[in-house]
Design a protein around this ligand. Structure first.
Ligand code: SF4
Length: 478
């Protein structure tokens, strides 16, 4: 049973002119900028294939790399926790918070913490949690969810943000972006100074050195991870790579996919708490490594490639479907083509079936992906599972009627006499259907969706093959 409101949310988004303008602008600017950036790479298009190979190598050696990373983190004076699911990860974080008597936490942007519902859990435990990425801060104030992996407040206009800041921060109304940024910075600076705990995601980790790496363009993650006395980082278990050499390529491509940049503004390597004599850095550092469905993806060689994803959001910036329906329609942490594959795999393929059925299979996502992930291949696989059912993934057939109809159609098109008979019957049957300018304006039953927004050309009295045969016979007789 599909639990998302994909269709109704998508309809609202399509009818929202503000959102349509913002999405078009995003795709025009960043989507096209990324494509141009790839064309200008000194190493050429092969670099994306190299990045894909690096990621696949890491995925295939995850067990060894995670053990090496854990050793490195401990050697650097940090703590590492492995969480099978989101609930366990939250438990680890709350225990750390209790131990350090945390009342206020500041956060860097992390889709993984969105996936496991960290903010809710912390708030329920009485810990004030403040997002410090500007976009995340805006949507937190508005009580909304991110609508893009990298640009969470893309759906908001500067006027809406001006009114929001006036209401929540008590400043005079302005829609001047630098003034709004200054207001957010002032409010956040207080929080950075008061916070007991800093929370971040982890873009990549390095098994060789025992570091985690965070990337941002605002510098907020550096503040969140160095000012409070304890830093807790959350990492999806697939994000580890073997060595620093791999990072150089991946971070260049990440910045290109995310924002058509050659390199992000801030790339921070964090290797444990502050050492003795160091003035900056937390007293304690904890890394929580989360599975939450990833080992199931890893175990399936058909979907394993999806773990190569570095969550750059590049596929969103070119996807014609995301470009119309925006991020909220996807109903879960991840939106766009990446969400259409990852969400069903993480939450259940039947539960999120609309997502993989809604994509257009145009292939733009793969072209834009810095690590060249074949998303269309996996979308088709998910659809095949929905059409035929699959025990390994507990997938039930989405529609028995559809299954029987396609089986019948398959028999029909394999038999010429049967197909001709079908065409004749359908030609006469279609006379009962309503017409608009000689076109069929409404099909019955499952076909009604087809004619919802367009008319259908009626069947000709004589099929092409039959006309061809007649003409051929006439020519032979001449
Ligand atoms: S699938 Fe590729 S383009 Fe999309 S978010 Fe992941 S890495 Fe980026």
């Amino acid at each position: 049973m599909n639990i998302l409101n994909y269709k109704s949310e998508a309809e609202c988004a399509i009818n929202n002119p503000v959102l349509q303008k913002a999405l078009a602008n995003l795709q025009e600017r960043i989507g096209k900028g990324t494509a141009q950036g790839y064309r200008e790479l000194p190493e050429g298009p092969e670099l994306r294939l190299k990045a894909h190979a690096i990621r696949m190598r890491s995925i295939e050696n995850l067990d060894i790399l995670l053990i090496a990373l854990a050793d490195g983190i401990r050697k650097n004076g940090g703590h590492i926790h492995f969480a099978y699911d989101g609930k366990t990860a939250l438990k680890h974080c709350l225990e750390i918070a209790r131990k350090h008597n945390v009342k206020l936490a500041v956060k860097g942007k992390s889709m993984l913490t969105e996936e496991i519902g960290l903010n809710h859990a912390l708030n329920d435990a009485g810990i004030e949690t403040v997002e410090t990425d500007l976009g995340e801060y805006i949507i937190q104030l508005a009580g909304e969810k991110p609508s893009h992996i990298i640009a969470p407040a893309i759906h908001k206009t500067k006027e809406q943000i001006g009114r929001l800041f006036q209401d929540k921060l008590g400043i005079a109304y302005t829609d001047d972006p630098p003034a709004l940024t200054r207001a957010a910075r002032k409010a956040l600076r207080e929080k950075f100074l008061q916070a007991d705990m800093g929370i971040s995601g982890c873009n990549l980790a390095c098994a060789e050195t025992g570091h985690i790496t965070t990337v941002s363009n605002e510098g907020n993650i550096r503040m969140a991870t160095t000012l409070p006395k304890v830093h807790v980082a959350f990492m999806g278990m697939e994000r580890v790579t073997a060595d620093l050499k791999d990072h150089e390529i991946l971070f260049r491509l990440l910045a290109m996919g995310a924002a058509a940049q050659k390199m992000a503004g801030y790339v921070s390597y964090i290797g444990g708490p502050a050492r003795s004599g160091q003035t900056d850095g937390p007293e304690a550092f904890h890394l929580i490594v989360i599975d939450n469905g990833r080992s199931r993806i890893l175990a399936d060689t058909d979907f394993r490639e999806m773990l190569c994803c570095i969550r750059c959001g590049g596929c969103l910036n070119v996807c014609p479907v995301y470009g119309k329906i925006g991020g909220h329609s996807y109903g879960y942490a991840y939106s766009g083509p990446v969400g259409a594959v990852v969400n069903p795999l993480l939450m259940g393929i039947n539960r999120a079936s609309d997502l993989c059925l809604g994509e257009s299979l145009c292939g733009a996502c793969m072209e834009a992906c810095p690590v060249n992930i074949d998303i269309p291949r996996m979308l088709l696989l998910l659809r095949a599972k929905l059409a035929q059912g699959d025990k390994t993934w507990d997938v039930k057939v989405k529609s028995r009627v559809e299954q029987v109809s396609f089986a019948a159609w398959s028999c029909l098109i394999q038999s010429r006499p049967l197909y001709d008979l079908f065409l004749k019957t359908a030609y006469h049957g279609q006379k009962l259907l309503p017409r608009n300018n000689k076109m069929i304006s409404r099909l019955p039953f499952a076909g009604k969706g087809w004619t919802q927004s367009r008319d259908l050309q009626p069947l000709a009295e004589q099929s092409f093959i039959s006309r061809f045969k007649d003409n051929f016979a006439e020519k032979q007789n001449d």
